[in-house]
Design a protein around this ligand. Structure first.
Ligand code: PEP
Ligand code: MN
Length: 337
């Protein structure tokens, strides 16, 4: 349920309502927009207490939120959320391109890729230090060393970094190094990890689970917001279908649908979604046309030697071409890059 407060409400008035919400066993979430102050009353069956809030003078109107996800819904917040990461804004007019290797493999290798992607126009560096691998015998990532290399690459290039946290025990360390915390597809419903990310102060990049419906995806984002972290970037990375000629099936319809259902920014990862290098450029263009706020792309100068996902990593020259070619699409859809 949301309470829309009357114009000119004071901080004291807001506090009185929040105290009442807590007294009744719910959690208040205050959103101060340009036009209105809105308070979300979050908890099971909050609407049953509607009459109590109607008696407050500062409450202008009360509306229930019809969806099971509350704080992430458009009903709760009409304006798009713009997530700030250092000097970047995700969810605004600019399309944000995040690029880098699948895994951080070595310091020299990471620095080389960071410089290449920056030169071509990427504005954030990706790279996994804790890798979620299907096989326990595959490369698991460099762990803390990998985080140190990422921090070094940020220092040299100025690019903010995003890296995955695989487990709650890694949260403190990963959020200390990284600008954005990534929660991978395989962990989209790791509820303890989501809550821990919700308590962290860093923005969260939440990837769609490979078997997750859109409602489940948004409910996972709700876990993060419910703990007070409103800076969530969603990422469509493909889902499992009967089709096996691509690694996953890129569900691009989720982009405009999520834009309708939620105020959170959404980016697309065509690398994991297709698993095919030659499909990354066309699907990047399609993602922008569908309304995505950005792209996340894997790049490696020697894909045949990559320790993970080499088969879907773009060569530097292909990434450069992609950056050139998407400029036209970006303009057509009245965005910038
Ligand atoms: C990744 O981005 O490195 C990754 C493992 O992706 P996903 O969680 O989408 O499979
Ligand atoms: Mn990968």
């Amino acid at each position: 349920m949301i309470l829309i407060l009357k114009k000119g409400v004071t901080q004291k008035g807001i506090k009185e309502i929040c105290d009442k919400i807590e007294e009744l066993g719910f959690t208040p979430h205050v959103s101060q927009g340009e036009e209105n102050t809105i308070i979300g009353v979050i908890g099971e069956n909050a609407i049953a207490k509607k009459e109590i809030f109607e008696s407050f003078f500062v409450v202008g109107s009360i509306t229930p939120i019809s969806k099971p996800y509350k704080l992430v819904s458009r009903e709760f917040k009409k304006e798009d959320t713009v997530v700030k990461v250092r000097n970047l804004e995700i969810g605004g007019k600019k399309i944000v391109v995040i690029a880098g290797p699948c895994s951080v493999e070595s310091k020299g290798g990471l620095l080389e890729i960071a410089k290449i992607v920056k030169e071509s126009g990427a504005v954030m560096l990706r790279g996994g230090a804790f890798k979620p691998r299907t096989s326990p015998y595959s490369f698991q990532g460099l762990g803390k060393k990998g985080l140190e290399y990422l921090a070094e690459a940020r220092k040299i290039t100025g690019l903010p970094i995003v890296t995955e946290v695989r487990d709650t025990s890694q949260m403190e360390m990963v959020s200390r190094y990284s600008d954005v915390i990534q929660i991978g597809a395989r962990n989209m419903q790791n509820f303890d990890l989501l809550k821990e990310a919700g308590r962290s102060k860093k923005p969260v990049l939440l990837k769609r689970g490979m078997s997750a419906r859109i409602e489940e995806f948004l409910m996972s984002a709700e876990y993060v917001l419910s703990q007070g972290n409103y800076n969530v970037i969603l990422c469509e990375r493909g889902i499992r279908t009967f089709e096996d000629s691509t690694r996953f099936t890129l569900d691009l319809s989720s982009v405009p649908l999520i834009k309708k259902l939620s105020h959170l920014p959404i980016i697309v990862d065509p690398s994991h979604a297709t698993g095919k290098r030659e499909l990354i450029l066309p699907m990047s263009k399609a993602a922008i046309a569908a309304g995505a706020d950005g792209l996340m792309i894997e790049v490696h100068p020697k894909p045949e030697e990559a320790l993970s996902d080499g088969f879907q990593s773009l060569l530097p020259k292909d990434f450069q071409r992609l950056m050139k070619e998407i400029r036209g699409i970006v303009k057509t859809f009245k965005r910038s890059i």
